[in-house]
Design a protein around this ligand. Sequence first.
Ligand code: C2O
Ligand code: CU
Length: 490
Amino acid sequence: DRHGDDRHGDDKNSTGRLLRSDARLPEPFTSPLPVPPVLRPVRTDATTDYYEITQRPGRAGILPGYSTEVWGYDGRFPGPTIESRSGRQVVVRHRNELPVPTVTHLHGGVTPSRYDGYPTDVVLPVGGRSAGSAGAIAHGSFDYAYPLGQPAATLWYHDHRMDFTGPQVYRGLAGFHLVHDAVEEALPLPRRERDVPLMICDRAFAADGSFHYPSIDSSLTGEPGVTSDFMKGVLGDVILVNGAPWPVLEVAAVRYRFRLLNASNARRYQLALDPPPPSGTAFVQVGSDVGLLGRPIDHEAIDIAPAERFDVVVDFGSYPVGTQVTLVNRYGTGSTGHVMRFHVVRKARDDSTVPPRLADLEQPSPPSTITRRMKFSRSGSHYETWTINGQAFDPNRIDAQVSLGATERWLITTNADHPVHIHLGHFQVLSRNGGKPGPYDAGWKDTVDMRPEDEVEIVVRFNGYRGRYVFHCHNLEHEDMAMMANIEVT
Ligand code: C2O
Ligand code: CU
């Protein structure tokens, strides 16, 4: 029933349909956790660091015994990590050697519209024919300039091509972009090899080991209600962390900082540690999507929706050496019920702590009444269309005009699971379902996890730049099925 249950997966907490792998899957906790390499600038000057990334096909040994083609930044999945300094400009020359147009978006970045990765601002492949190039901003390569006048945060970059973000990210176009600043550096948080980004996503693999993504065309022509279910969200049965299936990381019995990113197309997770630490809570959250929290928050488990980031500290110090600690997904079942494992292999000196105060969080004062209402819902006629205020995305229609520097109060409502993401404007959650914000709503955010029938009020600020930006559902299949709208900052 297309208008009934939106969940055909292995859990009741993600909207989508589960795709099962035909490839032979490995035993979990056998691959070591990869950490993406940090990219070196090709040059730097007084104000700017310059980078070059080639988007190209590559080969990855993800499942033992198979080679998987990825579309990656520098041919890698995840892409290389960029580490920047708040206030120093970064210019990334993205060269497109893929067979398709691409668009690159720095998620969480406060970026001029021209460089923000608007969905139709495509960069055509190198040497590609110019047919279909209407609206393309470049042939072959484009220099994305990021001022990064924003606080320390765990940002990420990924493909954003209109109608094709789901398949292009699924094939590997995603990477971390970390921003550091003096406030963060003065904190005694775990550092270096004890500060680890974890990109969590699910995939399904075909019999030959390739990524299996359902074709959008078959949802149009295929049996209604079966293939089109994938447009509710694509869920895979293999959980990857930094591109490896259910990996294992050897840790010392000390604190680690993990920058959790849910880079899945549609899957939500509830992350917990098994066994839980003998003393203390599992996760001490120190940062949200776009910056540090004012004060740390203890969590026994963390709900994380697509595109959200949770910057957390885990203290392995209370586990006896030899303990295997599994990062589990309480919303999954079977193969999706676990994510990765930490093996506590030795004692070590720990000079890190989590101080009771982290950063001075500015509290924006919200307007006393609601400025705008945004309803995320489905309209199913021939096939699934996901809409905002009843309308499908139209690049030529401005849906919200805001003035530069404005602080607005939005009421967002939903009828299914929709991680709602706003470009440029960072926000704080004011209320959830008429009550206080939820346990996972703290801090400055760019994405809010919305469950069916949820009502969330946010205070959002549009600072920085004029121009056209989007906001959309970050379930990538919903996004590709037009659950997106335009903001014009004037
Ligand atoms: Cu993470 Cu508009 O995207
Ligand atoms: Cu959605």
